[in-house]
Design a protein around this ligand. Structure first.
Ligand code: IMP
Length: 416
């Protein structure tokens, strides 16, 4: 059943999934988002146009069938703005997806202010919305957004419970205002809301090409990531089972990884750089968050991290992105192991207390000099020094590299 593929981030998000999903979307019939919300962001460059998307799956650019499944949390205003970017979208939204409300965004800001250890959230209301969902707070789902009676009732209920945390001058008036705004969003979105599980099942039975687009990255997963510096949902390939109500018996899992590492927000980052090499990645890689514009922290490629990511996601193949960004560095390093309390380990530790003491052990490689990789079309045409770097990663991770990305454009892609 290789006509089903999922794309997952193997690091801390921002691995370049957007470009790769866009690349595979060409052949896909249906593209599905199953986790996260508008904390995600990807930039797609197509037909000389730049699209910055947060919610709509990347296949939109090709006019494919799109699903936003139940595992996502949706800010309807952002979603509508994105829908309006296209003349036509063939979009289906799960009625079970939870809605991000204004109080979720307010709470995200307040909670972050109060935290002694900041997470550096995107302040999009993601955590509070997921908290309401798992706290069974009678939270608002897309089905409620399009049903005015239920929407008003739920807004009042939710606001009165939030009033313990947020100060409202006139809660009745505030509820009316939210209702007016959000019922308007409901009217706009109504035609897209449906039982996406049944639709997906039909498409799978019809043997259609299905592409699942994961959001964020492996180490932002609430269970397996660098807790508490994580997002509030599961981000691994397995998240798609509950995130859209489909249990894949056979599916290709493609892990996306940058040729170095970046992270936006706070949290553990063993190979982080604070020197000119880090500056190089920031400047040459234009490493600024798509959603928040924050500069990303940058570091060397980390094999222990990636070994854990391969295990957690069951990756069948890898896509190595932004390899071109390494050009211009004199020496390049790859972290092969960590030294923790005088012992070496080759895998990212499960116990995060140990990670605090992890000292990366590096292997050094010759830099690529100033070669322009963007025009290269075949792996074997890559300069010798570049091949050494790529082959080393592949051999260490024991997972084939399927694609190498050497620039932001669709054509700057090497199929291995
Ligand atoms: P939240 O998801 O907004 O609650 O943010 C929690 C953490 O995840 C913060 O460190 C964010 O910077 C990070 N984060 C969330 N979504 C993304 C993403 O799509 N790419 C990179 N980092 C993200």
């Amino acid at each position: 059943m290789n006509n089903i593929r999922t794309i997952v981030g193997m690091q801390f998000g921002d691995e370049g999934k957007g470009k790769i999903v866009d690349f595979f979307s060409n052949d896909a019939d249906v593209v599905i988002r199953y986790n996260g919300g508008d904390n995600a962001g990807h930039t797609i460059v197509a037909n000389s146009k730049k699209y910055k998307l947060h919610l709509i799956p990347s296949g939109s650019v090709y006019g494919k069938d799109l699903i936003i499944a139940n595992g996502c949390v949706l800010n309807p205003k952002i979603l509508i703005d994105e829908i309006k970017m296209f003349d036509q979208v063939r979009l289906r939204i799960s009625g079970r997806a939870n809605v991000i409300m204004p109080y979720h965004i307010e709470l995200d800001g307040l909670q972050e202010e109060e935290r002694q250890k900041k997470i550096g959230t995107t302040k999009r209301g993601i955590g509070p919305c997921f908290s309401d969902k798992v706290n069974r707070s009678n939270a608002i789902r897309m089905y409620d957004l399009i049903d005015e009676k239920t929407l008003m009732k739920k807004i009042k209920e939710n606001l009165s419970s939030k009033a313990k945390l947020i100060k409202y001058d006139d809660i009745e008036e505030y509820a009316e205002n939210i209702f007016r705004e959000y019922s308007g969003y409901g009217k706009f979105l109504e035609k897209y809301v449906c039982d996406t599980g049944v639709y997906l099942d039909e498409k799978i039975k019809e043997n259609k090409e299905i592409l699942f687009e994961g959001a964020q990255g492996c180490f932002l997963d609430v269970d397996h990531g660098t807790y508490p510096f994580v997002t509030s949902s599961n981000t691994l390939s397995g998240a798609l089972c509950c995130g859209c109500g489909f249990f894949p018996k056979d599916m290709k899992i493609t892990g996306i990884t940058k040729a170095y590492v970046t992270r936006v927000g706070e949290g553990y980052f063993p190979t982080e750089l604070f020197d000119n090499d880090g500056e190089h990645f920031l400047k040459v890689g234009v490493e600024y968050g798509t959603t928040t514009g924050r500069p990303r922290r940058c570091g060397w490629f980390d094999l222990p991290l990636m070994r854990r990511a391969v295990l957690l996601n069951s990756a069948d193949s890898l896509v190595l992105t932004k390899l071109d960004v390494l050009s211009g560095l004199k020496k390049i390093k790859i972290c092969t192991h960590y030294k923790i309390n005088n012992k070496t380990t080759d895998i990212f530790p499960d116990n995060l207390e140990e990670l605090k003491h992890a000292e990366p052990i590096y292997q050094e490689f010759d830099g690529f000099e100033d070669v322009d990789l963007s025009k290269i079309k075949k792996r074997e045409e890559l300069p010798e020094k570049v091949q050494v770097y790529v082959n080393f990663i592949e051999k260490q991770l024991k997972v084939p590299i399927e694609i190498i990305s050497v620039g932001p454009k669709r054509e700057e892609t090497i199929i291995c």
